[in-house]
Design a protein around this ligand. Structure first.
Ligand code: GH3
Ligand code: MG
Ligand code: MG
Length: 349
């Protein structure tokens, strides 16, 4: 027995096991070469594998086809009259307009086997080289290996996209209150310190983003009675309705948060005390002016509800941090409660 036949017997089962069960007719290969004889030959070598093979006679046609068909694998000649294979490779692998192309496996065809050509090709993003004249067995094996990698990269990219979308959803959920869809306490904890920082002069431009930040602490009056008299489900409906009215009556640049159970915060930039009191009045009246309609299965109610509001204003002179600003608004709100509720008090600046 000759050495070559022994080797073949050993290799054959391995080759069989590595031939992945691709849906070959779904796999797209693009051959780009200005030499029509070579294109024809490459297609002939690949035809037993059953891939969908397209061809292009120069770099520009090749590029148009690449963007159109998004091939899984590209076999491209190095030396072409219009665009070189290396330049085309760079376009495919580092193109922010077509990020999906990065997973296309790129094989550069070259007559050069010297190392400096390979370095250039690798730096341009090439995944593999084939030296002319092409050996059909090597071509088919390299294409199979390339397609395995390209498919794996594609499925990783898809999984990554799904994870990113999921993370975005989780991030937005973690900052939103489930009952009211308002921003939650955590969003306030993260956002308010940053907003307060914007009162300090920007060191590079010397400009302040905001002159002041107005914080309103809003608490529903005698809310426990709503629960006690009508049950917690009705209480929840009242909280939701009030959240909607707060959102609608505040300013477009206001941020409304659910701070706790029946307490809300409304944060608005650039309101002086007079403007803050004016806005608080609009918000307060949006609750007290008309009853809240409850329509919950067999429960129909019109509930008169009011809120009390405490205002505190931070500016660059009073140097307020999150904690002291909330504390001041809280004191002001309790003053409003003690004065009879359904009113606004403002903390002295
Ligand atoms: P005050 O005018 O002094 O604010 O009186 P109050 O009754 O509104 O205040 P108190 O703090 O005594 O009661 C608040 C109630 O809010 C108690 C609590 O059970 C209720 N509460 C807090 N969160 C929720 C919620 O998510 N749903 C419902 N239904 N009730 C809640
Ligand atoms: Mg309360
Ligand atoms: Mg209350």
């Amino acid at each position: 027995m000759s050495l070559s036949s022994t080797t073949n017997e050993h290799i054959q089962p391995v080759v069989q096991s590595l031939k992945y069960d691709f849906k070959r007719d779904k796999l797209k290969i693009l051959v780009i070469d200005d030499d029509p004889v070579l294109v024809k030959l490459t297609c002939k070598h690949l035809s037993p594998e059953g891939y969908r093979v397209e061809t292009a006679a120069n770099g520009e046609i090749g590029w148009n086809l690449i963007t159109e068909m998004q091939p899984d694998l590209i076999i491209c000649d190095w030396a072409m009259p219009d665009i070189s294979g290396v330049t085309l490779c760079q376009r495919v692998k580092a193109n922010s307009d077509y990020p999906d192309l990065r997973v296309s496996y790129f094989i550069l065809l070259t007559a050069h086997s010297e190392i400096n050509y390979r370095v250039l090709g690798l730096d341009a993003g090439a995944d593999e080289f084939l030296t002319k004249p092409i050996n059909p067995y090597e071509l088919r094996a390299r294409v199979r290996a390339g397609l395995r990698i390209s498919l794996m990269a594609k499925s990783l990219a898809r999984a990554n996209q799904r994870l990113l979308a999921r993370n975005e959803l989780l991030a937005s959920l973690s900052l939103t209150d489930q009952l009211t869809n308002l921003l939650n306490r955590r969003a306030m904890d993260e956002g308010l310190p940053r907003l307060l920082q914007s009162l300090e002069a920007n060191s590079s431009s010397g400009r302040v983003e905001h002159d002041c930040i107005c914080l309103m602490m809003i608490d529903i009056d005698f809310f426990k009675l709503v629960n006690d008299n009508h049950g917690h489900l009705v209480g929840d409906e009242v909280i939701k309705a009030i959240a909607g009215r707060l959102q609608n009556s505040s300013r477009p640049d206001s941020l409304v948060y659910r701070f706790g159970g029946e307490e809300f915060l409304c944060i608005t930039p650039d309101l002086d005390p007079a403007q803050a009191l004016e806005l608080a009045e609009i918000i307060r009246c949006s609750i007290s002016d008309r009853p809240i309609n409850i329509n919950l299965q067999d429960i129909f109610l019109n509930l008169e509800v009011t809120i009390s509001i405490g205002i505190a204003i931070a500016n660059k002179f009073n140097n307020q941090d999150t904690y002291s600003l909330i504390k001041q608004a809280d004191y002001a709100m309790y003053r409003a409660k003690n004065l009879g509720r359904n009113r606004t008090c403002i903390s002295p600046i």
